[in-house]
Write a protein that binds this ligand. Structure first.
Ligand SMILES: [Zn+2]
Length: 364
């Protein structure tokens, strides 16, 4: 059984391909973060190697070993594979290694792909964050995709097609992985994953239909705590003094050195907050993601003009782009927090903690 939630026509197409023996040598799974790209890729890897009934059965030796991450023919690389900050002597080099897929990682896969499958029918080379390859790594994979060995299937996972070489994209079978309609995801969480009605409703909404995020949040409370910390900061940031904003910039910079992706997640969460403010301001409050913060959202939306909200979202988008371009992080954060709109808010109720920037490395 495919574990993928939604994506019905895609699953049917891939399933048919496997049944008819039509396999492409490279697939590109494109879609937003946590939308379920990896689950779909692993489902396909199971389907290609399954030895049970009802491919992929999820119960045969091959499926179980793949799902446990123990199958000898499934090779995966991701940004996490390159060691923690402590292992890396030079900070700048360390940051690069945690934000880019490097040539040596691709070379390792390339080498593994030259050997025949060890225990299954197909070798699967899974490259997460394929839109975060260095130029050299992208050129290396291009060469690999030009002359693929038989019985090897490359699976590239990416969020942003425009960050990839066109020549790499054109050599892959493209699979778009989309958000699941919120009501449908709510049903899946409720019926298939043991969520309570309240949990299912909340997680479907705040994940904005990204099933991977919703399932992770259902299994691990840390994700919701991280989100709460980030939203708390987003809410306070707009009414902070410039001195307090300076502190936030300093904290973001320090966190970026340790865990760059945590900062990217923070900026994404703040952008979602901006989008919600825009929805409330334009009278579409029923579509907001952060439904549990509707009170704060209403208060802020009342005090901000449409222009200011657009500006807020624009500044966050700019900051993400500048980090991508490797501009000096501290300047990017300073520019972000000092140019955000500023509003006066009434004091919030007792018990509300001051700024909390959740740092993943400290919460684990
Ligand atoms: Zn199986």
């Amino acid at each position: 059984m495919w574990r993928t939630i939604g994506q019905q026509s895609t699953v049917e197409r891939l399933s048919r391909g496997v049944a008819e023996g039509i396999t492409h040598h490279a697939y590109l799974f494109l879609g937003p973060k946590h939308v379920g790209k990896r689950t779909l890729a692993i489902d396909l890897a199971c389907a290609l190697n399954c030895i049970g009934d009802g491919v992929p059965c999820g119960a045969c030796r091959a499926c179980i070993r793949i799902l446990d991450g123990k199958h000898a023919d499934i090779h995966a690389i991701t940004l996490d594979d390159v060691g923690s900050a402590e292992d890396l002597e030079i900070e700048e080099e360390g940051r690069k290694r945690r934000t880019r897929i490097l040539t040596e990682q691709i070379e390792d896969l390339q080498h593994a792909s030259t050997l025949p499958p060890y225990e299954g029918r197909f070798k699967v080379m899974l490259v997460e964050h394929a839109d975060r390859m260095t130029n050299e790594a992208a050129n290396r994979i291009l060469k690999v995709l030009e002359e693929p060995p038989p019985q090897v299937v490359w699976m590239l996972l990416a969020e942003n097609e425009s960050r990839m070489l066109e020549t790499v994209v054109s050599r892959c079978q493209r699979i778009d992985v989309r958000e699941v309609p919120v009501a449908q995801l709510e049903g899946y969480l409720l019926e298939g994953y043991g969520a309570s009605p309240e949990q299912a409703k909340l997680l479907a909404r705040i994940s904005r239909g990204r099933s991977g995020w919703a399932l992770q949040a259902l299994a691990d409370e840390t994700l919701l705590k991280e989100r709460a910390g980030r939203l708390e900061t987003a809410i306070q940031l707009l009414s902070m003094t410039y001195a307090a904003r300076f502190e936030v910039s300093r904290e973001l910079d320090a966190m970026y050195r340790r865990d760059p992706r945590s900062v990217i997640d923070t900026l994404d969460q703040w952008t979602t907050w901006g989008r919600d403010l825009l929805l409330v301001k334009t009278g579409c409050a029923e579509n907001v993601a952060n439904i549990d913060y509707i009170h704060d959202m209403n208060e802020q939306a009342q005090r901000l003009s449409l222009e200011q909200i657009r500006d807020y979202i624009g500044k966050l988008t700019e900051a993400r782009r500048d980090l991508d371009l490797n501009l000096i992080a501290r300047l990017v954060f300073d520019s972000l927090v000092y140019t955000m709109p500023r509003i006066t808010m009434p004091a919030r109720g007792p018990g509300v903690q001051p700024v909390v920037l959740q740092d993943r490395s400290e919460t684990q």
